[in-house]
Design a protein around this ligand. Structure first.
Ligand code: HSO
Ligand code: ZN
Length: 448
C-alpha cells in the first residue's frame, strides 16, 4: 500500500564520537537469539526419534514440516536422473563457472607435501593429511533456494577427497528438490541427497538410518533448530560426529570513506539485508560529510524499494545502523571488535588496510568487489563464522574436510638424545611405565 511504500527505509545513525565505547558496543549487539533452552526443548525429541525410528521417523517429520506428504523415500541416491537436473544453459554455465573458481581456490589450499622436521638429531616429527571419510552437507531451504551453498560445501569436500559426500536439503511440498541443487550435488560427486531439513536431517546424518549414510562431520548453515541439533549431536560421544561451527544470522559490515560511491555502498548493504529479517548490516562511515551520508541513505531507500524482497529488507534495516567515526583506525578497531562475517572495504587504498583486519570471516577489497561475487563465483567460500565467532573460527575451507595426522620416527641416537627429558618428565608425573619404555631400550643399546 501507498503509506507503507512511503515509509523511509533508513538505518539508525549513531555518532561514535559522542558516546562511550561501552554504549557503542551495546548498540552493535547482534539481534538476540531465542534462548537455546527453548530451542533444545523442541530439537531434542526430534533428534531422539530419528535416532531410534530411522527412515520412518525421518519421513514423518518431512511430511509434517515440509508438507511433502507424497514422499516415500527420504533419500535420492546417485547417479541422479538427468530429468531432475533440467536447467537452462545460462544456469548451467553459471554453476560451472562458479564450480571451477571454487575448485581452483580450494585446490590451492592443499598442503604441498607432508611436513617432516628433525627437532633433535635422530628425532624426526612429521605431519600428513587425510580426508574425513564421510561428510554431511546441510543446504538450507527456507525463503531462497541455495545451490551456491551446495557448491561452497561440496566442492572443498570433493577437492579434499572425502569418500562419501551426503547432501541434505528440505524438499519442496511436492517432494522434489530444486534442479540446481541436484546438479551441484552431481558436480561434486555426492553419493546421495537426503530429502529432509531441520533437526531431523541433522539427526539422520549423525546417526544414520536404514537409507541415510551415517557421516563423520556435518557442515553447513541453518536456522536455530539446525544449529541446535548440530551442537547437540556433536556433544553426543555415541554419535561420533563433529560440526563446522556455530551459526547465526548473516551479517555485513561496510567501511566507507569520502572516496566511496554511495550507490555501491547501498547495494552491498542491501544484498545482505535481503537475506533475512534477522540479518544485520552495519555501515562504518569514516569522516563522511553530511552530503555523502545523505546520498548513501537516499540510495538505500531508493534501491530497496525496487527489490522484490523489500519487506525482508525493511525488517533487517530496522535493527541495522550507520556508525559515524572520525578515523580509519577507529573504524578498524570497531570492526575488529564486532568481528563481522563479511567485511567490505570501500575506502581509498583498501588493499593496504587489509593488514589491520584482525577478526572477519571474509574481506571484500575495494569498490569493484561486491560481497555477492564471493557469495557465488569468485572462488572464496561463503560459509563463514557469524555472530562474532570470526574471533575464533575460520570459514569453511579445505582444512574443514581433512584431519592432520602427526608421526614421529626416531633412530637409536635420537632416543639417546631425547630419552633423558622423557624419563625425567615421566618421573615428575609418576608414570613409571612411561619412564621404563625408554629405559628398557637405552639399557638394550648399552648392552650391545
Ligand atoms: N551471503 C550468504 C551466502 C549467500 N548469498 C548464498 C547468496 N546466496 C552468507 O554468507
Ligand atoms: Zn549473500
Amino acid at each position: 500500500d501507498q503509506t507503507k511504500n512511503e515509509e523511509r527505509i533508513l538505518m539508525q545513525r549513531i555518532d561514535a564520537t559522542a558516546i562511550s565505547e561501552e554504549e557503542l558496543s551495546k548498540q552493535l549487539q547482534r539481534p538476540s537469539q531465542k534462548s537455546s533452552d527453548a530451542i533444545l526443548k523442541i530439537v531434542l525429541p526430534i533428534v531422539d526419534e530419528v535416532r531410534k525410528g530411522g527412515d520412518k521417523a525421518l519421513l514423518s517429520y518431512t511430511h509434517k514440516f515440509e508438507k511433502a506428504t507424497s514422499l516415500t523415500s527420504p533419500v535420492l541416491k546417485a547417479p541422479f536422473p538427468k530429468e531432475l537436473m533440467d536447467l537452462s544453459e545460462e544456469t548451467i554455465r553459471a554453476i560451472d563457472t562458479s564450480f571451477n573458481n571454487i575448485k581452483t581456490f580450494h585446490a590451492a589450499q592443499r598442503e604441498e607435501k607432508p611436513l617432516s622436521v628433525e627437532t633433535m638429531p635422530g628425532v624426526v616429527c612429521g605431519r600428513f593429511t587425510r580426508p574425513i571419510e564421510r561428510v554431511g552437507l546441510y543446504v538450507p531451504g527456507g525463503t531462497a533456494v541455495l545451490p551456491s551453498t551446495a557448491l561452497m560445501l561440496g566442492v572443498p569436500a570433493m577437492v579434499a577427497g572425502c569418500e562419501k559426500i551426503v547432501l541434505a536439503s528440505p524438499p519442496r511440498a511436492d517432494g522434489s528438490i530444486s534442479p540446481e541443487i541436484v546438479y551441484a550435488a552431481h558436480k561434486v560427486g555426492a553419493e546421495s541427497i537426503v530429502l529432509a531439513g531441520g533437526a531431523q536431517a541433522v539427526a539422520a546424518m549423525a546417526y544414520g538410518t536404514e537409507s541415510v549414510t551415517k557421516v563423520d562431520k556435518i557442515l553447513g548453515p541453518g536456522n536455530q533448530f539446525v544449529t541446535a541439533a548440530k551442537m547437540h549431536v556433536s556433544n553426543d560421544t555415541n554419535a561420533g560426529v563433529s560440526i563446522d561451527m556455530p551459526a547465526g544470522p548473516s551479517e555485513v559490515l561496510v567501511i566507507a570513506d569520502e572516496d566511496s560511491n554511495p550507490a555501491f555502498v547501498a547495494s552491498d548493504l542491501l544484498s545482505q539485508a535481503e537475506h533475512g529479517v534477522d540479518s544485520q548490516v552495519i555501515l562504518l562511515a569514516v569522516g563522511l560529510t553530511e552530503e555523502k551520508l545523505q546520498a548513501i541513505e537516499t540510495q538505500v531507500h531508493e534501491q530497496a524499494l525496487r527489490l522484490p524482497r523489500v519487506d525482508i529488507v525493511r525488517g533487517c534495516i530496522k535493527h541495522s545502523v550507520t556508525v559515524q567515526v572520525k578515523s580509519l583506525d577507529d573504524a578498524m578497531r570497531i570492526s575488529n571488535e564486532y568481528a563481522p562475517e563479511h567485511l567490505i572495504l570501500q575506502i581509498k587504498d583498501a588493499d593496504k588496510v587489509v593488514d589491520k583486519v584482525m577478526n572477519a570471516g571474509s574481506v571484500f577489497i575495494g569498490e569493484w568487489t561486491p560481497e555477492s561475487v564471493g557469495d557465488y563465483s569468485a572462488g572464496v567460500n561463503h560459509s563463514l563464522p557469524t555472530y562474532g565467532f570470526a574471533k575464533q573460527y575460520s570459514g569453511v575451507n579445505l582444512g574443514s574436510f581433512v584431519k592432520h595426522i602427526t608421526c614421529s620416527n626416531l633412530t637409536s641416537d635420537g632416543l639417546r638424545n631425547v630419552g633423558s627429558a622423557v624419563m625425567q618428565l615421566a618421573k615428575v608425573e609418576q608414570l613409571e611405565a612411561h619412564r621404563r619404555a625408554v629405559e628398557i631400550r637405552l639399557n638394550y643399546l648399552d648392552m650391545k
